[in-house]
Structures are given as C-alpha cells and as structure tokens.
Write a protein that binds this ligand. Sequence first.
Ligand code: G3I
Length: 323
Amino acid sequence: MLVAVLASGCLRHVGASGGVTIGAAASTAYLGEARYAEVLGREFAMLTPENELKWDAVHPTQGSYRFGPTDALVAYADQHGMQVRGHTLVWHQQNPSWLTAGGFTPAELAAILDDHIAVVVGHYADRIVQWDVVNEAFEESGALRSTVWSNGLGPGYIDRAFRAARAADGEAELFYNDFNIERAGPKADAVFAMVSSMRRRGVPIDGVGFQAHLTADFPANELVAQMARYEAIGVDVAITELDVRVPVPASDASRQAQAKVFGDVLAACRRAANCDTLVVWGFTDRHSWVPSVFSGLGAATPLDEEYRPKPAYDAMVAALQRT
Ligand code: G3I
C-alpha cells in the first residue's frame, strides 16, 4: 500500500501537473532520520525551515548570526531540487532576550530591524523564493498585537519590514502570514484592511499566507471567499502551515473528516487564480508541534507515525488529479 501509493502519486509530481507547489515545514532536528529525509525530498517540492530562521535561532546574540542550521536545510533542498520558503523575519515569539529586554530606543530598534532583515534576506537572496516578512501581527479582535515591535515603533514597523525585505531581495515574494484568517471575522478583516492599505500606498507586499492550522469541521467554502477578496485587489495567497488536528487516538471517521479538509483546502488553492503554493506544517504524525500544544489532539498531518499515507494524503493527491 505504502509503496504503491507513494510510488505512483508523489505529491510533488502530481502537484506540478496540478499547478500547485506542495511544500512541508522541515526541521534540522529530524533530517538525520533516514526515513524523514527520504520522504521529505521525495514528496515535497518546497521546504520551510520550521524554527531555524526565527530570531532566537538565527540571531541569538546582538549582531551575531547563526546560519548553519538553515544552510543545512538549503543544502538539502538543493540536493532534492526543492524551493525554499523563509519563515519568519518579524514575530512576537521566539525572540532572544537581548532583543526583548534590551531597553532600546525607537531609533535603535528601527536600526536593529533593518539590519536583521538586510543580513538574513541578503544571505538567502536568489535562493528563498517567498518570505513571511511579518507573522501574526494581529489579535483575534482585529487589534494590532502588542509586541516589542509595535510597542517600540508603532504600527509603521510593518511597512518598514516589507520595505527592508524588498531592498534586500528584489525578487522574492513578500508575504504577511497569520492564523485564523481562513474564515470571516474581525482578524481576517483587519488583515485585509492592512494589506489593501499597503497596496494603495505602494508598500511592497505580494501575498498573504493563510497558516491554516485547522480542525476537521473546517468549512472550506469560507476559505474560498477569503482568498477571492485578495484576488480582487491583485494580491497572491498561499496556504503556509496546513495541519488538521483531531482527537487522538484518531477514529476512522475523524481520519475521513480530516481528509476532506486537506482535499478541500488544496482544491480551493488550486482553483484560485492567486494561489499556487501549499505547505503542510509537518508531514508525519511522528514529528508535529500539535500534540505538545493541544492536549488530547494530534494526528494532524498527511502521513502517520510510520510515514504511511493516511486518507488525508490520498485526498491531496485526488484534489490535484481532479480535472
Ligand atoms: O531549541 C530548543 C531546545 O534548545 C530546547 O532543548 C527545547 C526544550 O523544549 O526547546 C527547543 O525549542 C523549541 C523549538 O520549537 C524548537 O524545537 C521550543 O521550546 C518550542 O516552543 C518551539 O515550538 C515551535 C513553535 O512554533 C514556537 O512558537 C514549533 O516547533 C513550531 O512548529 C511552531 O510553529 C509556529 C509557526 O512558526 C507560526 N505559526 C504557528 C506555528 C505553530 O505554533
């Protein structure tokens, strides 16, 4: 079963004929595991470093950068003909204490932000094709999240980050990335208003990443509507962190419901003229962030703990093959 399905329908190949680049979050922590490394390169056409490009990993002390782990992932991507998505340049989590407790003036903070983006984006210019420039800047209410950046620089830090990213790489597609914007609500509206305003004012933003950390009852028609309003203003979208958590141990019924969401989300991307990228946040239940955060939930990825395809995998293949 495993051999038959994987050999006949590798996601990256059906993705290529279906017009969607299928990617996965990848971690250096697991690359040494033979099956992990084998399946990642065989099934996916793109990888996103899961944690390696976050500030605490890549910029652990002020002015000193640690590119080794991401360079290893990029080397792996080179060997396997994969594209690379950069995640993430500006976020409120996984920041080093030198940054969050540094007591910097606004001018100092602005210079730190500019330098970080110039150095990190510059290091991977011409290699990283899409960047999550700013991640999760809004609360569920639609208010701007209070962070080291918004507190120090005001809301203008977002424009600033995108301008710095464009200056460092004129080619990479620049994304704003967030969760819980896949359906209507105040946060989805706040992000849309911000992106519309940025486009009107000429701020260089190319796309919006829908993280898509979903549950098995997610109504994909809502995602279709959210994607469509970005198409109407000429902005691309991508599914950047898809997973679908279910109660564990998973029942057959929940596996089927999960498969429907994976298939529907991929079909929504495939049908949308402004979506050509879908990244899963972990590809095997063996290594997924979900169980450590959502008690009693897990099994959120398309392959099980032994790398066997689940109904979710088959639903993705079917969504890509459907005419
Ligand atoms: O690197 C340390 C290690 O030195 C230490 O021994 C170990 C002990 O817990 O922790 C390691 O850091 C962990 C890191 O992952 C790397 O494994 C952190 O504790 C842990 O919190 C961190 O979790 C990551 C999380 O972001 C951080 O907020 C998850 O792996 C990662 O999947 C998750 O990804 C986020 C996206 O970036 C943004 N969207 C939501 C998504 C899910 O939360």
